[in-house]
Design a protein around this ligand. Sequence first.
Ligand SMILES: [Zn+2]
Length: 341
Amino acid sequence: MKSRDIFRESIFKRDNHKCVVCGEPAQDAHHIIERRLFDDGGYHLENGVSLCGPHHIEAEKTTLDAQELRDIAGIKKIVLPKGYHRDTRYDKWGNIILPNGQRMKGELFYDESVQKILSEVLCLFADYVKYPRTKHFPWSESVGRDDDVLSDLSVFDGKRVVVTEKMDGENATVYSDGYFHARSVNGNEHPSQSWIKNFIQKFYFDIPEGWRVCGENLYARHSVKYDALESYFQVFSVWNEQNECLEWSEMLEYCDLLGLTHVPVLWQGVFDRDEIHKAFLNSRNTDTSEGYVVRSEGGFHYTEFQTSVAKYVRADHITEARHNWRMRWHPSDVNKIKTLK
Ligand SMILES: [Zn+2]
């Protein structure tokens, strides 16, 4: 479905031009999940419901829940933007709804209009933040169906960057209150999560209040086999209570303070595509390097993530196996580390 008009027409037609909630004449073809989160505008029949004026406002405020709307309208198929997980619940604006009813801030949370519209439910938001998706560089060799490409490279022009090895583990975020979550919030209980929950007990109380530490949990083996890791938990960013990613040097200080290891650095300097790629190829251990991540050396706000961080993933990296690692996992599939940390 291409245009707004066709979208509106087909939604109204399906719902007999009536608000699906109260049966009053329909006034709005409401996007169940915000169109700005989709790269195609989200004009899918299953992403729309007919609503009257008042119910439309409630749906926008999210006091009328996205799943509730699907249920009332009899929509079985859940249409989500790229990179969103089917086993996770989202509100209209892409914020995650946790099993306890609290919400986790999503990519549009800080948008001014979204802040305004969510004013009544802001109290539901926990201080837990979804880790943003990292865009691929145009020369990345392994861009999946769900992945986005950074089209405007000029965001790195003249900027000092840090290039780190992309580690093949599971994204983990640790908060100052000892809470922890993986990239997918509702991930099944897994031995690698037990390991990190245990590990966190050694340092979470030293994280400043409202801050969080993000890193790679490398306990379980995914598709790359590691035999000499510095640690099973390797930090790649630390965020303060303003939701700002600390500059790299400050992050290193915090790693020292907390007794944590960071992901391996491959290169550092003013952004230079060729030099960076060369550094990767030179450093690369063919069996254990999935690719690299480039981030701005300076700090940046959460909302600037997708113009401050980008990645390259090599071609022969098996993404299929990666998605199924939880199911394939066997107790012997544990990576090896140099010294127990
Ligand atoms: Zn209504």
